[in-house]
Design a protein around this ligand. Structure first.
Ligand code: NDP
Ligand code: HSE
Length: 483
């Protein structure tokens, strides 16, 4: 399918306005639908009711307009948006929103007779959860980008969708435009995943990358990420690691057949990283990246999962070190496959819209041949999903980057080293800066430790933080060797 075909098809689409109800937004704009590449109706359109029309929603409308011919060639039917629910219909959304199909009654749209697929791109747990539950109960297929909702309530929603015989797809919920859900669900159906790690929050990666390369302040770059449409409505979810934990819970379920709740994931946000840490990390040969890790482990002699979301030092020469800006990357190691790396845009209107619309195409294909639930949505059949023990964060062992702001006095270094040694934390390398000859008596001590247990490191640091000559809370970042 060529771009010219798509444009021809769009011209045909623009000639046929869909029947619509609700409050009008953009008068005279082109409808988003609905004929074949040749202009003849081959199959009835797949009719979409869209809940939300912000960054992702407007991206979906643009993609449906620009790729109409390609999509129809692949699906065998056009996709037609028959209704759009928003909170504030007066908000300007450019000329992409078709006239006459906007409503503020999301619940009514979710169960409307003429809707086949409900696309939820509203975000948050409520009222989005209520609308998705209502849609499923009404026999609608659902496509959502809402990782918070899936991570918190995915089991119940997916089970009710299975029971109702409808599809609930969510490719856009993890890593934006990277088709990692499909890879785990279908491409790796015959393999065991022995490690999964990656960068799954575009905002955090964007913020750390620009801080590092351009020396910009955290707040300035975060605002830029919001303006670019990468951040969540509440960007605290991004910078605190909450969004990545939602995504990791979803990935761990698909990779390991485990029922994982985000509260089981040890998480730390990028707000603990200062520009100074990036500089020191570089002196040791590392870059700081926002990582998510899920791998099988053992704890107290039994199988457990190691699940973590945190900024980490990765070797400058590693693949993940080269993933910059809002890009995401997911590295999966299969027992038979070996290593497999996927990277691409993890956030933003069009990459995310691409994943959403590909899900609509998949649902449409299922509708055309009446074959729902052929592939289990969580990769494993519901009855084989198990609750898995999660290894406590304190048991994690790795090398550590430690930074202390201290008075430059005799004996301080040996006291700190002594406390660390008392907790079995041994120093591999050290740098000291500032202090005598500088503007005050303060010095910065930065250490790279040998491998140490997290619980021991934390205890040592809280003892050091209580020492009178320690001027600020010690900073600790993990080193991820295999990234
Ligand atoms: P936006 O905040 O840009 O858009 C949200 C939309 O939902 C808006 O149109 C808003 O209406 C509408 N909305 C919110 N609450 C209600 C309500 N109670 N009733 C009716 N409409 C409502 O969010 P995004 O498009 O960025 O994100 C949407 C979803 O996609 C989220 O779950 C997000 O996590 C996920 N996602 C986002 C990505 C991104 O790059 N932005 C990437 C991957 C996933 P109004 O416009 O009137 O305010
Ligand atoms: N806020 C999310 C991010 C959007 O920055 O990764 C994509 O899920």
């Amino acid at each position: 399918m060529t771009r010219a075909n798509d444009e021809l098809s769009n011209a045909a689409v623009a000639a046929e306005a869909p029947v619509a109800s609700g409050e009008s937004l953009a008068e005279g704009s082109a409808p988003i639908a609905a004929t074949t590449r040749t202009g003849a109706r081959a199959q009835a359109p797949v009719r979409v009711g869209m809940l939300g029309c912000g960054v992702v929603g407007t991206g979906i409308l643009r993609l449906l307009r620009d790729n109409a011919g390609t999509i129809e060639g692949r699906l065998g039917a056009p996709i037609e948006v028959v209704g759009i629910a928003v909170r504030d219909p007066s908000r300007l959304r450019g000329d992409i929103v078709p006239a006459g199909i906007v409503t503020t009654d999301a619940l009514a749209l979710a169960i409307r007779e003429d809707v086949d697929v409900v696309v939820e791109v509203m975000g948050g747990l409520e009222p989005a959860g209520t609308y998705v539950r209502a849609a499923i109960a009404a026999g609608k297929h659902v496509v959502t980008a809402n990782k918070a909702l899936l991570a918190e309530e995915g089991d119940a929603l997916l089970e009710s969708a299975e029971a109702r015989g409808v599809d609930l797809y969510f490719e856009a919920a993890v890593a934006g435009g990277i088709p990692v859900i499909r890879v785990l669900r279908e491409g790796l159906a015959s393999d065991r995943v022995i490690a999964l790690r990656g960068i799954v929050n575009g905002t955090s990666n964007y913020v750390l990358s620009r801080m590092q390369h351009e020396g910009l302040d955290f707040e300035v770059v975060l605002r830029a990420a919001q303006e670019a449409g990468y951040a969540e409505a509440d960007p605290f979810l991004d910078v605190s690691g909450g969004d990545a934990a939602h995504k990791l819970a979803i990935l761990a379920t698909l990779a390991y057949g485990a029922r994982v709740h985000p509260s089981q994931i040890a998480k730390e946000g990028i707000d603990v990283v200062g520009a100074v840490d990036m500089r020191y990390a570089r002196r040791f040969g590392f870059v700081i990246k926002p990582l998510a890790v899920a791998r099988p482990s053992t704890w107290a002699g039994e199988e457990a999962l190691d699940l973590r979301v945190h900024p980490a030092l990765v070797k400058e020469s590693s693949v993940l070190a080269s993933i910059g800006g809002a890009l995401n990357a997911v590295f999966i190691e299969g027992a038979m496959l070996g290593p497999c790396l996927m990277s691409g845009p993890g956030a933003g209107a069009l990459p995310t819209a691409m994943s959403v619309v590909s899900d609509i195409v998949d649902v449409g294909r299922n509708m055309l041949v009446d074959a729902h639930a052929r592939v289990p949505t969580r990769a494993f059949r519901g009855e084989s999903l198990v609750p898995m023990r999660v290894r406590p964060a304190a048991e994690h062992r790795c090398r550590w980057y430690l930074r202390f702001g201290v008075s430059d006095q005799a004996g301080v270094l040996s006291r700190i080293a002594g406390v660390l040694g008392g907790f079995d934390v041994s120093i591999e390398q050290m740098v000291q800066e500032g202090g005598r000859g500088g503007s005050d008596d303060r010095a910065t001590l930065v250490m790279l430790t040998h491998e140490a247990r997290e619980g021991d490191v934390r205890e040592a640091l809280s003892e050091i933080a209580r020492l009178a000559y320690c001027h600020e809370p010690p900073r600790a970042l993990r080193v991820e060797e295999d990234a």
